[in-house]
Design a protein around this ligand. Structure first.
Ligand SMILES: Nc1ncnc2c1ncn2[C@@H]1O[C@H](COP(=O)(O)OP(=O)(O)O)[C@@H](O)[C@H]1O
Ligand code: SF4
Ligand SMILES: [Mg+2]
Length: 369
């Protein structure tokens, strides 16, 4: 109710209300043709997100998170991309829209915040104008009203002396302040969905927490849905309703946030959890605890894509790809033959321990060896 009232009083365009989830992604696949072969960056991803809800997308660097977010929005290179599947947003099939049609959705219905604020801000345009341009272009507000709203937006994202900041160029601001401006720009037209891809990865730890809290507050106050993409499971803990864990282009586990932390089924999720960096850790952005490396997306292993690194792996993992199956908690799905915390999982782990197959990188000999 609150969001609707806000829209009416602020003059945001009232997009048609539809029943069903706000965002529905079905079997989305995004591959890149390269000289080395086909890079299977996103490989059959499905999820849905309701209005006002938050989904965290987590996985190591290179697991396909950015390609997934850009593929959802239709922000992909023009050539050498093979995309299939469906992306329904507020009842519209985004994959069927032209770039011109998508431009009316980007920044208006769907706000975007990326890792590096300088990629979304125009370096030669003053901060105030970056916000008012969007307001005037998409909402048709006049100059004075645009300025008034820009000041209010900068104030709402915690920028001190917002009137003075309107005249600044992005390079005159600190990294944290720049990211606040990006968020203000993303929120300007009252989007119903915010896609935030590693929004705090480039910032130092204390500023990270401030920006994440700001995003969470704005998301709640605006009853906006949010997809928060990060390599750091610590970032989405306590700040999302649900978490999807990605590995080598696939969602390997998805669960309500609390369930994921208390009852994870995938050994990969367990490994990610163990790798949450401590605040005092200077190498805050590296996930060095999981032995081995993610697979090459051109030459993926057969069976489970995690098996070359998995401490639970058995022969079956190498031979057969585990399907997505449901756990007991509603909304909890995972792909694993020997899940964490189950008798089969414990047996598998014990067997590998006994046989000394838990060393970094290769618990099971690679296929064909
Ligand atoms: N335009 C492209 N052409 C070829 N490969 C790409 C392209 N964009 C991304 N990739 C590859 O897709 C994979 C997933 O990348 P990305 O989504 O950026 O990972 P993440 O965001 O999880 O770190 C990586 O192997 C990356 O090299
Ligand atoms: S136990 Fe097997 S199926 Fe499960 S994550 Fe490990 S390798 Fe994959
Ligand atoms: Mg990324």
């Amino acid at each position: 109710m609150r969001a609707r009232r806000d829209r009416q009083t602020t003059g945001y365009p009232a997009a048609p209300e539809t029943s069903g989830p706000l965002l529905e992604v079905a079997d989305l696949t995004t591959h890149f043709r390269t000289g080395r072969g086909m890079v299977r960056a996103v490989d059959g991803v499905s999820f849905s997100l309701d209005r006002g809800r938050t989904l965290g997308v987590v996985g190591e660097s290179g697991s396909g998170k950015t390609v997934l977010s850009r593929s959802i929005m239709g922000l992909l290179p023009r050539t050498n991309v093979v995309r299939s599947g469906e992306v329904r947003f507020a009842g519209r099939e985004l994959t069927a829209l032209t770039e011109a049609e998508l431009r009316d959705i980007w920044g208006v219905e769907i706000g975007m915040v990326f890792q590096d604020p300088m990629t979304s801000l125009n370096p030669v345009m003053r901060v105030g104008r970056q916000i008012t341009e969007s307001l005037r272009h998409h909402l048709g507000v006049d100059r004075a009203e645009g300025r008034r709203r820009a000041v209010a937006l900068l104030d709402s994202v915690g920028i001190p002396e917002p009137e003075q900041r309107l005249g600044d160029f992005p390079h005159q601001l600190s990294g944290g302040m720049r990211q606040r401006v990006t968020i203000a720009v993303a929120l300007a037209c009252g989007p119903r969905l915010l896609m935030a891809d590693e929004p705090t990865t480039a910032l130092d730890v204390t500023v990270q927490a401030q920006i994440l809290d700001l995003l969470a507050r704005q998301q709640r106050e605006r009853y906006m849905a949010m997809v928060l993409v990060t390599h750091d499971l610590g970032v989405v803990a306590g700040r999302t309703d649900e978490i999807a864990v990605m590995y080598a282009g696939k969602i390997v586990e998805k669960a309500p946030t609390r369930t994921l932390f208390s009852d994870m089924k995938m050994p990969y999720t367990e490994a990610l959890l163990k790798s949450i960096p401590k605040l005092a850790d200077p190498s805050h952005t590296t996930l060095s605890v999981i032995p081995g490396r993610p697979p090459d997306l051109v030459n993926l292993p057969t069976g489970c894509r995690f098996y070359p690194r998995c401490p639970y792996a058995q022969q079956r993992c190498r031979d057969e790809e585990p399907p997505l199956q449901e756990a007991t908690t509603p909304g909890h799905v995972y792909r694993c033959w020997f899940p964490v915390g189950t008798p089969e999982g414990r047996d598998a782990l014990d067997r590998n321990r006994r046989e000394g197959r838990l060393d970094a990188g290769a618990p099971v000999a690679p296929a064909g060896a």
